[in-house]
Design a protein around this ligand. Structure first.
Ligand SMILES: Nc1ncnc2c1ncn2[C@@H]1O[C@H](COP(=O)(O)OP(=O)(O)O)[C@@H](O)[C@H]1O
Ligand SMILES: [Mg+2]
Length: 420
């Protein structure tokens, strides 16, 4: 229920009657007798209901109405009842055009007046409600607009992120492909096809010999002819030798069916790996007149990997050194920690193994890691030792280098990353 009403009339008696009637109806009334005062009031505060005389001494009622509507263009509208003593159709039309809500002709009786006021008070109330709803709606719209804007911004950011991410992935893929290509190039000796063909070839020769000698002996027993005991021994020795060769090739290749080492592998003490190798082949070295000098720095970093595989690496290299020294020489082993300041203080363990053997010819240096490359006599070398060595070091994320001078000796240097 609205409270305050502005009543405007130049006739003091009419104003008084209206004021009394309105107060009787429970309204609070501000009564003024001129257009100027009315304008001052409506500028000062909002009146939900205004009763406005058309004919005023200064500014007339219609002008006040126009001004009011102008003033309230963007805001809540007052409900206006126009009052006049000379009602003409023209004035009524003009008033409605300018936004009057109702019209009351003088003289009016109080019942008529009260009825009109109460009805328009209801309209004013509805007007206020409607305005409040509109205001809330506008607020909601504004919030919605802001949310939409934020969503759009978030979407733009996400789109940008996606583009950046895509670029990063592309870049990574490209550098990955390049390093893959380099890896494939440098490790082409590991090509499975090459290995398979090599295996077949290498096994075929000794097997052909074994088959040949066996068939020959079998034939002899069928013929029941005379068989020289020396011939028999020589055939059997050949069969034994070729079979041993097959076994060596197979045992080397078995390295490839071993499980790749994983997290379960303990950090390994290089000293232990080398000691275990000397337990196995120390005697052989001694028999070949090979002096061994091992210098292992104290407090060596441990390396992550597989003890048996690393032992295999050292066996392969030591036996090659033994073969290269041909019955006399010195094997030096030097192990030390390396902290690479240029590379983020990366910690590695370097194992250098030198011999005073025959050395490796320049043209062979590039081939020694290839499978089945050997310069040794047919039944001495398989050409798999360094190939296997290279694969094991790769699997340990390490590297292997060789320096050699014909007639002087050879040094293999293995570098392995320290365990975390
Ligand atoms: N310490 C070394 N001194 C001289 N030559 C070596 C040495 N180590 C390896 N080589 C050369 O590399 C070849 C390949 O070695 P490897 O793969 O172990 O096969 P294998 O020992 O069966 O010949 C050897 O035949 C030899 O020519
Ligand atoms: Mg070898």
């Amino acid at each position: 229920m609205i409270k305050k009403i502005l009543a405007v009339d130049d006739d003091a008696a009419v104003l008084k009657v209206m004021k009394t009637a309105l107060q009787d109806n429970g309204y609070e009334v501000v009564a003024v007798e001129s257009g100027a005062k009315a304008i001052k009031e409506i500028r000062k505060e909002f009146y939900p209901l205004i009763i406005l005389d058309v004919k005023l001494p200064d500014t007339d009622g219609l002008a006040v109405l126009k001004m009011l509507r102008e003033l309230q263009k963007e805001s809540l509208h007052s409900v206006v009842i126009m009052v006049t003593g000379f009602p003409s159709e023209e004035i009524v039309v003009e008033a409605i055009k300018n936004g009057a809500n109702d019209y009351l002709a003088k003289p009016f009786n109080l019942t008529e007046f009260s009825y009109s006021v109460n009805r328009n008070a209801k309209v004013a109330e509805l007007e206020i409600e409607k305005y409040e709803y509109a205001r809330q709606l506008a607020q909601k719209n504004k919030e919605l607009g802001e949310t939409l804007l934020e969503l759009k911004k978030a979407k733009d950011t996400a789109d940008n992120c996606n583009i950046t991410l895509e670029r990063m992935v592309e870049e990574e893929m490209r550098s990955f492909q390049i390093s893959q290509a380099q890896l494939i190039q440098s490790a082409k000796m590991a090509a499975v096809g090459q290995l398979g063909a090599g295996v077949a070839h290498e096994l075929n020769n000794p097997l052909t010999a074994v088959l040949g000698y066996s068939q020959f002996l079998l034939q002899k027993t069928k013929d029941k002819g005379p068989l020289d005991i020396n011939d028999l021994r020589s055939y059997l020795e050949s069969i034994e030798k070729e079979t041993i060769r097959c076994r060596e090739i197979v045992s080397n290749l078995l390295q490839f069916s071993r499980k790749p080492f994983g997290e379960k592998d303990e950090p390994i003490d290089i000293r232990k790996a080398i000691d275990s190798v000397f337990l196995i082949i120390g005697n052989q070295l001694k028999l070949n007149n090979i002096e061994v000098e091992a210098k292992l720095a104290p407090d060596l970093f441990k390396v992550a990997g597989n003890l048996n595989q690393l032992a295999q690496v050292f066996i392969n290299i030591f036996l090659n050194a033994r073969d290269a020294m041909k019955g006399k020489g010195k094997l030096s082993i030097n192990v030390q920690n390396i902290i690479d300041e240029k590379n983020n203080n990366a910690c590695t363990v370097a194992v250098a193994i030198s011999d005073t053997g025959c050395g490796i010819a320049q043209e062979n240096l590039a081939k020694i890691f290839e499978p089945f490359f050997t310069t040794k006599e047919k039944d001495k070398g398989t050409g798999l030792g360094l190939f296997v060595t290279y694969q094991i070091i790769q699997e340990h994320n390490g590297s292997i280098e060789v320096k050699s001078e014909v007639g002087k000796g050879t040094t293999f240097t293995i570098t392995l990353p320290a365990a975390q």
